[in-house]
Design a binder for this molecule. Structure first.
Ligand code: GUN
Length: 292
């Protein structure tokens, strides 16, 4: 069984990005600049955005965090902040951390982002281009997963890939990428979700399983074929009094019993998570170079 070490791969990719940023700076080019809008104080969002800002520092990017702690900010206020970032020529790309407070229409906010600066790849223009196989920002988690498949030489062509979960951020784009024509695509894809019947019958046919439903330890050994590749996208915080913060991350896969059956598997933490952050950096570098 191969442990797909996302942390190690992310460190390697960050070193590669840093070299490119150093070269840009040495030749007098502009430092890539990522900005983030964060509303409120949700623990998960604070952690994720913190990781993104730290990763920017590590590779030599400039970063700006616009943190509005008051969750009663209006939709118009956020739309105006997006407008300012769209117009700020020093900012190459930016993200609006989700979820937003319920009274703010997240779809409306995403649609107001200039697609050329949408390094999260959430805008319909980028989703559409990605679907058509055109150059686009691919949302960070699916992009990170394709990098894991690529770097670990996991064969995807002709394989049956079962994606569990159909979110706009992970499951849906992942299913499109896996069936697309690329070196990490060409798979036969089945998308399963909360209304799927006989889920186990389907997952047992899978050569590759991508679990992205957000239910801790949902995928158990009896649902997995011998030799399958398992990618665990789950990052649920569960209470753990022995952990430093009083919680720890749990994936969607019951790792201890599933791992022995797999040819390759990602751990949680240290699998998909670190690759998501690096993918955002890769997208920001593309934005700085006007490649999309
Ligand atoms: N919330 C959970 N994942 C993400 C992500 O990749 N980007 C943003 N902006 N918000 C998220």
């Amino acid at each position: 069984m191969v442990l797909l070490d996302g942390k190690k791969l992310a460190d390697e990719l960050k070193a590669e990005i840093k070299k490119q940023v150093d070269a840009i700076k040495e030749t007098g080019g502009k430092t890539p600049h990522l900005a983030a809008i964060l509303v409120g104080n949700d623990g998960g969002s604070l952690t994720y955005v913190g990781h993104k800002v730290k990763a920017c520092e590590q590779v030599g990017f400039k970063s700006t965090l616009l943190h509005f702690q008051d969750t009663s900010v209006t939709e118009d206020f956020i739309l105006n902040e997006v407008k300012k970032l769209n117009e700020n020529s020093d900012v190459d790309g930016f993200i609006v951390q989700l979820p937003l407070p319920k009274h703010i229409n997240a779809d409306k906010v995403i649609m107001s982002i200039n697609p050329k600066k949408d390094v999260d790849g959430f805008h319909p223009v980028n989703v559409g281009k990605m679907t058509l196989g055109l150059p686009a920002y691919i949302s960070a988690t699916p992009y990170g997963i394709t990098k894991i498949l690529e770097r670990y030489n996991i064969e995807t062509a002709g394989k049956h890939c079962v994606v569990i979960g159909r979110s706009n951020i992970v499951g849906r784009p992942m299913s499109i990428l896996m069936s697309g024509q690329s070196n990490t695509g060409n798979a036969t894809v089945t998308v399963c979700h909360s209304r799927t019947k006989n889920l186990k019958e389907i997952t047992l046919q899978a050569d590759i399983i991508i679990a992205a439903l957000g239910k801790p330890e949902f995928l158990t050994a009896d649902m997995v074929k011998e030799g399958a590749v398992v990618i665990d996208v789950g990052t649920t915080r569960v209470t753990d009094s022995t952990a430093k913060n009083g919680w720890r991350l749990k994936g969607d896969v019951k790792f201890n019993e599933v791992a022995p059956k797999c040819s390759a598997i990602t751990p949680v933490p240290g699998g998909v998570g670190p690759m998501t952050v690096v993918s955002l950096l890769l997208n920001t570098l593309k934005a700085a170079r006007h490649e999309v």
